[in-house]
Design a protein around this ligand. Structure first.
Ligand SMILES: Cc1cc2nc3c(=O)[nH]c(=O)nc-3n(C[C@H](O)[C@H](O)[C@H](O)COP(=O)(O)O)c2cc1C
Length: 358
């Protein structure tokens, strides 16, 4: 069975090539997850590091799904959405009963504190809900091989450095990372007969051209993060959304840094930083040498200003975004985005085909 058939068997409501909504913590909640799945993608609720509200987000998603005229077909009566965890902070003891009860189609693991803890999460999840597929987001060839050897995930999300939000400090874009991961997984399969995971691409994909490129690199689908920030379903302030829409030239206007984590007091390991739009806080910290204490004080003051905190020139509020932000130019419904990105692939391939024949 090829990967596209495997995807359709595991998630019968989807259309391929698969478009996935990233489990953006505090941002991708029930509305986003359900709209993405209804459009033939797979939507994820971003539980992140704190699972205390997860039960209520899932209840909300179930209500939205019940209101859909035609139920989405699923395998073994799983829920047609996934749940994303940031494993170094998420509480396993709280999460597992929720997985057992609601049986999401997939769980997404990211940034575990150790391989041993990832193994623990995978085993507990499989026991709690055997039909729930295990997805892991990785950012290096080494991590890809290790994760496949240790837990045989169903899906590997290959995250390149263009991605918005958190990822490895040291990395490569998907243009080199994906084919090398694909080759390494193939080699491992030939050596050990270990089942190959399906590969999805994440990082810098916001429209059909970049999605098509990732398919040529070996992905069976893509993950959209930054692009989905410009949707009514994203739980973000209008100031943040406006910053996404006006920002262009992402390589220049965004940066991977730990400055935003320091200001927000989030405890990511040294291996990870995050890509966001360059703000006054970043300029003050990195170019002007402002103390952490003063910068944090100004950041906290700015938090009280609401949308104004994301203003152009001088704004201090963090706006995580990937380097594809310049290609995000208008607000559209999450479902429309998913359909547009997927359906545009054929046209792009036709144009490439014509060029290749010249
Ligand atoms: C605002 C924002 C929040 C994110 N939060 C999470 C998260 O909670 N968990 C996670 O696994 N990935 C998270 N990511 C990363 C995504 O999973 C994905 O790798 C990334 O969005 C893909 O790149 P793109 O932003 O260029 O589409 C986040 C990304 C963004 C932009």
């Amino acid at each position: 069975m090829d990967d596209m058939q495997r995807l359709k068997e595991d998630y019968p409501w989807i259309q391929t090539p698969l478009v996935v909504g990233a489990p953006m913590r505090l941002i991708a909640l029930a509305d986003m997850a359900v709209e993405v799945s209804k459009a033939g993608g797979i939507g994820f609720i971003g539980a992140g590091t704190d699972v205390s509200d997860l039960e209520s987000h899932i209840q909300h998603a179930k209500t939205l799904l019940n209101d859909t005229p035609a139920a989405l077909p699923t395998k073994n009566r799983t829920l047609p959405i996934g749940i994303g965890f940031i494993n170094w902070g998420a509480d396993l003891e709280t999460a597992i009963p929720i997985i057992a009860q609601h049986r999401p189609a997939a769980v997404w693991f990211f940034a575990p504190s150790s391989t041993a803890s990832l193994v623990q999460w995978a085993e507990a999840s499989r026991t709690a809900s055997p039909s729930t597929k295990i997805w892991v987001q990785i950012g290096s060839v080494k991590d890809a091989v290790e994760v496949v050897q240790q837990i045989s995930p169903d899906v590997l999300v290959v995250q390149g450095t263009d991605a918005g939000g958190h990822g490895l400090v040291q990395g490569a874009s998907i243009i080199t990372l994906l084919p090398e991961v694909s080759d390494a997984i193939d080699a491992l399969h030939h050596r050990t007969q270990r089942t190959k995971p399906i590969l999805l691409a994440a990082g810098g994909i916001s429209e059909s051209r970049t999605f098509t490129a990732s398919l040529t690199l070996g992905a069976s689908g893509c993950v959209l993060g930054t692009r989905l920030l410009a949707t009514p379903e994203a739980a973000i302030s209008s100031g943040y959304r406006s910053a996404i829409l006006r920002t262009t030239d992402g390589g220049q206007s965004t940066v991977r840094t730990k400055v935003y984590d320091s200001l927000r007091g989030t405890n990511w390991a040294g291996t990870h930083n995050a890509r966001g739009i360059i703000t006054q806080s970043y300029v003050d910290a990195v170019e002007k040498g402002m103390s952490q204490e003063e910068n944090t004080r100004l950041y906290r003051e700015e938090m009280r200003k609401g949308d104004e905190g994301w203003r152009e020139g001088g704004g201090r509020m963090t706006a995580y975004a990937g380097s594809g932000v310049g290609l995000v130019r208008e607000v559209k419904g999450a479902g429309e985005v998913v359909r547009e990105v997927r359906e545009g692939v054929v046209g792009v391939l036709e144009r490439v085909g014509r060029r290749a024949r010249l």
